[in-house]
Design a protein around this ligand. Structure first.
Ligand SMILES: C[S@@+](CC[C@H](N)C(=O)[O-])C[C@H]1O[C@@H](n2cnc3c(N)ncnc32)[C@H](O)[C@@H]1O
Length: 358
């Protein structure tokens, strides 16, 4: 689908639906990032390359696989506890806030928060324009009372949210579910959390979903499902590179692998070369040795303590946490700035770690 916008400074209606601002994120950067990524050891590409139109649809199918429990568990947690979360998010805020979701995907998780928080507006940021347009339209139809604004951008590389009347003069609350922080290695993850604080402004709050370490077999199965959807998601990257950067990757010359790396507390997903081979891409030739991985994505898993320590380094303080029954994931509520200014709220909102339903 082609977006209705060519001018990044303006927005337009999506066929009588919500507004969309397209900052055209991928075009400028892709070639440079591919050359940088393939020059690294191990070779590694930014995870957002996985999300073209086809990749976004494959990701939605991954979420339906029995091995990938994250989406089901996080959605359930939101459905069951959104009332408490909205109370805690809104405490001490005198104006109706704007809710900003980073990497919004199919917008299937935010519904309970829209109902309970009743924000003045909802802003969905995503890099995959083809996916964002229909998702915004469907969300607006489900929630006609909340103005929806879609912004197609790379959330890690914008200086500020685009100027728009819906965003002016209102407190901003960030929503970052799906444990997407895990796609970033530690220094970048720390930088991203600090960047979100800037995008959200003074006193910004962030509700963020974080997947936790568990048994290697369960983690590896989650990222290498029996139906082969995770594998197809990774191989789609090669098709994208061939199409957009004049590549000649032969998918049959690679195999997919998802491996838990305990020392880094992460799952590493890779396409591993089956043989010594040369690949042309972005005007250069690249040699792959037999067994050499091309990392398509990492998924770092954090214990709650490790995550809060990282968040603190980026200036965030904890206000609350909700966890699923199995202790596989948590939704953390953070406020930017010193804890003491908000400790009262914290005690009222969420005195202790909360696990599942009573
Ligand atoms: C793992 S999916 C999560 C989707 C959804 N938030 C969820 O929890 O199910 C990551 C989403 O973030 C988007 N995304 C990835 N990197 C991004 C970036 N740098 N800027 C904007 N969107 C990005 C992808 O297009 C995709 O929709």
């Amino acid at each position: 689908m082609t977006l209705p916008l060519a001018d990044p400074t303006t927005s337009s209606l999506i066929e009588d639906g919500p507004e969309l601002i397209d900052l055209h994120p991928a075009v400028a950067d892709m070639e440079r990032l591919v050359i940088e990524g393939l020059s690294r050891h191990p070779r590694q590409l930014p995870a957002w390359f996985l999300y073209d139109a086809e990749g976004s649809q494959l990701f939605d199918r991954i979420c339906e696989q029995p091995e990938y429990s994250l989406t089901r568990n996080e959605t359930k947690l939101l459905q069951e506890r959104a009332g408490e979360m909205a109370l805690a998010l809104g405490q001490g805020i005198n104006q109706q806030p704007v809710l900003v979701e980073f990497g919004a995907g199919n917008l299937r998780k935010v519904g309970p928060l829209l109902e309970t928080l009743q924000p003045a507006a909802y802003v969905a940021l995503d890099i995959s324009a083809d996916h964002l347009v229909p998702a915004c339209r469907a969300l607006q139809a489900r929630h006609p009372d909340v103005p929806v604004l879609g912004v197609c951008c790379d959330y890690a590389n914008i200086d500020h949210l685009p100027p728009h009347p819906l965003l002016e003069g209102r407190p901003r609350i960030g929503f970052y579910p799906g444990s997407s922080l895990g796609n970033f290695e530690l220094p970048q993850a720390r930088g991203l959390l600090a960047h979100f604080a800037e995008l959200l402004g003074p006193g910004g709050r962030l509700l963020i979903g974080i997947d936790q370490p568990r048994e290697a077999a369960r983690l590896e199965a989650a990222y290498d499902d029996a139906a082969g959807v995770s594998s197809a998601f990774a191989f789609n990257l090669l098709r994208r590179l061939n199409r957009e950067l004049a590549g000649n990757f032969d998918p049959a010359a690679f195999r997919y692998q998802a491996q838990w790396e305990p020392t880094s507390s992460r799952v590493a997903m890779a396409l591993v070369s089956r043989q010594n081979q040369m690949v042309d891409l972005a005007g250069r030739s690249w040699s792959f040795a037999a067994g050499e991985p091309l990392i398509t994505e990492y998924s770092v898993k954090y214990t709650p303590e490790a995550f809060l320590a990282l968040a603190a380094e980026a200036g965030w303080s904890p206000l609350g946490r909700w966890s699923d029954g199995a202790g596989d994931l948590s939704l953390h509520l953070l406020v930017h700035g010193k804890m003491h200014a908000h400790s009262q709220e914290c005690n009222h909102a969420n005195p202790t770690v909360q696990r599942g339903q009573p």
